[in-house]
Write a protein that binds this ligand. Structure first.
Ligand code: CP
Length: 314
């Protein structure tokens, strides 16, 4: 897809199509946006006069609320569409829905869907800026961007050669795909670990090391991204029982001790505590999980500002 000839974006669909220069711009803009968030006056007029619509075909707490907050903090008019109470339930297709929003002069649509490629399609058929807020198992670019922003805050400024581990349900995980794409751009040594039934058949083509034992994956890790077991997407029988999964792959205090002392623990949320991550690890000093949520707002402010015309932070 053709890009505008500047460091302004008109779609954010995946990590693969962002250059390192563009990612650095998003990081820098996110830093400026965080200052607005923390200033005590969460109000700027960068997006005054712009309208943003969140169109979520799947449940969300963090992503939808942070895009809504981000738009409002920057002065945009934000409307949320819950597809369960929209004309989607009457059979309206994605193209017609996007065109309806376009006909309302909406400037930007933030889309989450279970359909891989739906945001790419929406960007093709409609004029509004499209930001992919997660499409099936394909991509969750804003999550990978906020994860990078958070890692830098935790001192992981250069990912070159760092041992970065993703544990869990890689097969159904758009977070894993986007983070692998991001971390590869920055030269990390990426390891993945999970039940064979939850690994994509082409996992080695992604340029990662597959560790069969979680202990091997976690040993001397600099960063661990614990993935949610997506019970809503899975067929039954991909692992024997939640208890068995937790015993074999759960990140607990004992396994945390195998990592480097300054390991950063990420989790995109929502956490199944006691399943893929223990209560202790979820709230330990190495866990950046609450900061990920906080930074999600700042990074999404940056994305809205860079796509909807506010451009670089002043
Ligand atoms: N991380 C993430 O996408 O969370 P939500 O599903 O709550 O948006």
């Amino acid at each position: 897809m053709e890009k505008k000839p500047s460091l302004f974006f008109f779609v954010i669909l995946d990590i693969e199509s962002l250059s390192r220069e563009e990612i650095e711009l998003i990081m820098a803009t996110g830093g400026e946006m965080k200052k607005i968030m923390k200033s005590g006056m969460k109000k700027a007029d960068y997006l005054k006069g712009k309208s943003v619509i969140t169109l979520f075909y799947e449940a969300s707490t963090r992503t939808r609320t942070s895009f809504e907050s981000a738009g409002k903090y920057l002065g945009a008019h934000v409307v949320n569409i819950n597809t369960a109470s929209s004309s989607v339930t009457k059979g309206e297709c994605l193209k017609d829905t996007v065109l309806v929003l376009e006909n309302m002069d909406c400037d930007g649509v933030i889309i989450r869907t279970p359909m891989e490629g739906a945001s790419v399609y929406a960007a093709k058929v409609g004029k509004p800026v499209v930001i992919n807020a997660g499409d099936g198992a394909h991509a969750h670019p804003s999550q990978a961007l906020l994860d990078l922003f958070t890692l830098r805050e935790y001192g992981k400024k250069d990912l070159q050669g760092l041992k970065m581990v993703i544990v869990g349900d890689i097969l159904y995980s758009r977070v894993a795909r986007s983070n692998i794409a991001m971390w590869k751009k920055f030269g990390a040594d990426i390891h993945v670990c999970g039940p064979m039934t939850l690994l994509p058949h082409d996992i080695s083509a992604l340029g990662v090391t597959v560790d069969a034992r979680v202990e091997d994956a976690l040993r001397d890790a600099d960063v661990v991204d614990v993935l949610r077991i997506q019970l809503e997407r899975q067929k039954n029988g991909l692992f024997p029982t939640p208890r068995e999964y937790s015993r074999q792959y759960g990140v607990n205090d004992e396994r945390l001790a195998l990592c480097k002392k300054d390991v950063v623990i990420l989790h995109p949320g929502p956490m199944n505590r006691g399943l893929e991550i223990s209560y202790g690890v979820g709230y330990c000093g190495n866990a950046a999980i609450r900061d990920q949520v906080n930074n999600g707002v700042a990074v999404r402010m940056a994305l809205l500002n860079l796509t909807l015309g506010g451009g670089e932070a002043k």
